[in-house]
Design a protein around this ligand. Sequence first.
Ligand SMILES: [Zn+2]
Length: 275
Amino acid sequence: MRVILLLLITWVVVAPDTLTTALAAQANRVTVSYVLPKNSAHQPIYEQLKEVRFLERLQQFLSPFRLPRPLLVKVEGCGGDANAWYEDNVITICYEYIEGLRKTMPANTTLAGVTPDDAVMGPLLDTCFHEFGHALFEMLRVPVFGREEDAADQVSAYITLELHKDEARRIVGGTAYAYKTEAEAATAPPQMAKFADVHGTPAQRLYNELCLAYGADKEQFGYIVDKGYLPKERAEDCADEYQQVSYAYKKLIEPHVDRHRAKKVFDKSWLRPSG
Ligand SMILES: [Zn+2]
């Protein structure tokens, strides 16, 4: 009886809140903040992000998603932690993470066509979309099979691949470059415990990203297989992998997107003109 009573009380307390949340879902719910860096080494990053209006553009890009409550995206110093995360309605992107991307960017355009700018902006956008994926799962109560980190990577790749072909190619290229650099930086095979991490290894995340891109558009991303960046054995089923992600997105997330706004936003150019 006590259990039933407790359940009833819980229902009474939770139900109105759920109702309000559902009714209040609306577009244009993202706010942004450039937190002043405490470490002077991050000052140029802070200034450059502000100069290109990175967060304002991201805010506009995320505006079509109807969210039940406000979402803050901020860039901030993290005391040396090169990281990014979503927690309690806030996405935090650390200056240290962007600093790391700048340190490993190529001096010139790579053989795969990745420019120094794309090697920073590609993974930075991918990370923002990935954290936004976590926010969507929580805010929209999206059911997730498999590891949430893989699912967030999939949401990020799907959103990227919805952009203009050239933009998508540059973001995928930059993201792949960052994973490859991270994977190759390891001087020894990963220790057993590394595989317990909630994330895939950088190499796995690289191949997952390439597979979804190839699966989305075999012509645009055909070079990924032709040049051997993605093994043929994996490539065979990438169209199916992409279709699975596309179906999940359309079923679970797209109903929460303002289509009119989305069309305008996705048609825009988000990267600086290359070369
Ligand atoms: Zn994550």
